[in-house]
Design a binder for this molecule. Structure first.
Ligand SMILES: C[S@@+](CC[C@H](N)C(=O)[O-])C[C@H]1O[C@@H](n2cnc3c(N)ncnc32)[C@H](O)[C@@H]1O
Length: 244
């Protein structure tokens, strides 16, 4: 773990998280200006909506108090300029500076595959941590909206992770082909997602996916999952870090 300065604040960041920050910093202008605003699959009418990995554009169609969290301060700066009513927190989704059971609903729009670590197994563990944090901070009956890209099978998932890792280490990019822009990506299979949902006391209540095509090749599926907290989840015996 390394202490990294963001502005004049010091944060505990792994080197891989530092890589993610550098990636989004490089693309911050085009990314912020061109990013489309995505609609939730169902309107969120809860009191608070927390978006993890919000980037520069908040998810649309909610009447809630909106709180956005991201690890890249410049993206939050852009978001604040265009959406002054949004509350924004610079933090890591793996360790949220939020008390237990205070948030109504949570949204994640293409965050999970960016939660990378030095190995594929550790990267999956990061996603597990984020689900664990979501469980900790949400109220009973909260709704969790997840928009993600899901790779077709486990082998593709491993190849994609280690290939993008290698290309990133050697700084090889193919942006003009629209194929690879330097990010390391850990795409889950739907099977792995379901396992993470299950082990973190959540259940799927809605799923709306379409084919994920790149240059006429089908890589998997993309779209929305909606989850709920399981009301009686005796299986959840994990200890949470508490934020006071
Ligand atoms: C593909 S972008 C999506 C941004 C936004 N949700 C959207 O759809 O426009 C992924 C976002 O996740 C953020 N991110 C990556 N790792 C993170 C982490 N550990 N904690 C919080 N945010 C993170 C990145 O900075 C980036 O803004």
């Amino acid at each position: 773990m390394k202490k990294i300065y963001v502005g004049n604040k010091k944060y505990n960041m792994s080197l891989m998280e530092h890589k993610v920050i550098q990636h989004f910093l490089t693309f911050k202008k085009t990314y912020s200006e061109n990013r489309l605003q995505f609609k939730l699959p169902k309107k969120c009418k809860s009191l608070t909506l927390l978006e993890l990995g919000c980037g520069a554009v908040p998810v649309a169609n909610h009447d809630s108090i909106y709180i956005g969290i991201d690890i890249v301060p410049q993206l939050l700066g852009y978001m604040k300029e265009n959406n002054p009513e949004c509350h924004l927190i610079l933090a890591n989704a793996k360790q949220l500076p939020i008390r237990n059971q205070v948030i109504h609903d949570v949204a994640l729009n293409t965050l999970l595959h960016h939660l990378i670590s030095k190995t594929k197994t550790q990267s999956n563990k990061n996603i597990d941590n984020v689900f664990n944090e979501i469980y900790r901070i949400t109220k009973t009956n909260s709704t969790i909206y997840i928009r993600e890209l899901f790779i077709g099978n486990k082998l593709y998932s491993w190849i994609m992770y280690y290939l993008t890792y290698l290309l990133s280490e050697f700084n090889i990019k193919f942006p003009s082909l629209g194929l690879y822009d330097g990010t390391i990506v850990n795409f889950l299979t739907e099977k792995k997602l379901k396992q993470l949902i299950e082990t973190n006391g959540l259940i799927t209540i809605y799923r709306n996916l379409e084919d994920w095509m790149v240059k006429k090749i089908k890589l998997g599926k993309k779209g929305w999952y909606i989850l709920r907290k399981r009301i009686f989840s005796a299986a959840i015996t994990r200890t949470y870090h508490t934020t006071t």
